[in-house]
Write a protein that binds this ligand. Structure first.
Ligand code: FUB
Length: 345
């Protein structure tokens, strides 16, 4: 992920054109996972910091150490409340660094924070921490979720009360290193080793049903297959459409919408299926590229309207790893297609 050349961007103009503004400005935030708990919006973001690490394709410059939870009375508020540190990496025994994009779920009055971090071997795992409050503080489990790997957990509650975790990310997210079911540690400096060829089916996000206590996988992980219009899996070379990272799942009119980032082509896209496991058929773009290399999101309904929570790097005038979370309304057409959003008018 090369450091971007920002010389061509007029940031004063960009701020004016932005369709929405940062929800908090006291800290840098990213990867917003939004949920409605007890009638209020809670946002579970990454907390971006500048730790001085050099830019690289592995994302070493994303050196986050803790999580802050944000809340809003309604998505039309211009600012969110920052509830302070809810979990720090120093309190997670199994984790060493890089607290990347989290998500949360509620069950029976308890709140579960799911988060990826690198362990002391430099391998991304996914952990879980529990609280009586949606804003924490969260108490982490002693070990990462058994058989978890890679990044970007997104936990979806289905109508029947089952919970599913979607996860994974390529390049720095290490998904390609798990293709055989075991972690490949050779050639550790290259994020491109072990990727499929361009004409092979693309790497898939992963999904697993969670156990009833939400602390483990209830089954072996499965691929989240995305098909093209002719029913064939998207290819690795189809970089405008294939999965890269940042999974999310929501339901609309009885269909399951799996959404994700295309990473190096910077789109948020979605695919529609009839079951939480898919398969899903590619359906289009949700958000065109934002300022900053990464794009990440969540989709959440509130009082009959739908909202896209997303981020860009506008608050830092374009610094890739210093981002800010935002929200905008999202619309569907009559056929259930999401109308593509331009982040700057
Ligand atoms: O915030 C670190 C990483 O950047 C996330 O895990 C990715 O989804 C991307 O947003």
């Amino acid at each position: 992920m090369p450091e971007e050349n920002l010389d061509h961007i007029d940031f004063a103009e960009l701020h004016k054109k932005a369709i929405s503004q940062p929800l908090v400005t006291n800290i840098y935030t990213a990867d917003p996972s939004a949920h409605v708990f007890d009638g209020k919006i809670y946002i579970y973001p990454s907390h971006d910091v500048d730790a001085g690490d050099a830019f690289d394709d592995l994302g070493s410059h994303f050196a986050m150490e803790d999580y802050h939870i944000l809340s809003m009375e309604t998505p039309t508020d211009t600012h969110a409340k920052d509830h302070g540190v809810s979990l720090h990496v120093k309190d997670v025994i199994w984790a060493e660094k890089q607290m990347w994009a989290p998500d949360a779920a509620e069950k029976d009055g308890k709140y579960y924070l799911f988060f990826p971090a690198k362990d002391c071997n430099g391998i991304f795992r996914i952990g879980v921490a529990i609280s009586d409050s949606p804003t924490g503080p969260f108490t982490p489990e002693q070990e990462a979720i058994k058989d978890s790997f890679s990044i970007d957990p997104a936990v979806f509650q289905d109508d029947d009360g089952s919970y599913y975790m979607y996860f994974g990310g390529i390049w720095g997210g290490q998904l390609q290193r798990w293709r055989t079911g075991e972690f490949k540690s050779e050639d550790p400096e290259s994020p491109f080793a072990f990727l499929p060829e361009e004409n092979e089916p693309s790497l898939c996000a992963k999904v697993a049903k969670l156990s009833t206590d939400l602390l483990s996988f209830a089954e072996p992980v499965k691929d989240v297959v995305i098909l093209d219009e002719s029913g064939k899996p998207l290819l690795q070379g189809d970089t405008d459409r294939r999965f890269f990272e940042a999974s999310w799942m929501h339901q609309y009119n009885g269909k399951y919408y799996f959404s994700y980032s295309t990473g190096d082509t910077h789109f948020l896209c979605y695919a529609i299926g009839d079951h939480p496991y898919g398969p899903f058929t590619y359906a289009g773009r949700i958000l065109n590229p934002v300022v900053g290399w990464t794009s990440h999101h969540s989709i959440c309904a509130f009082q009959g309207k739908w909202y896209l929570f997303y981020h860009d790097s506008s608050l830092s005038n374009g610094v890739t790893h210093l981002r800010c979370v935002k929200v905008t309304e999202l619309h569907y057409d009559e056929a259930g297609k999401i109308i593509t959003i331009d982040p700057y008018k």
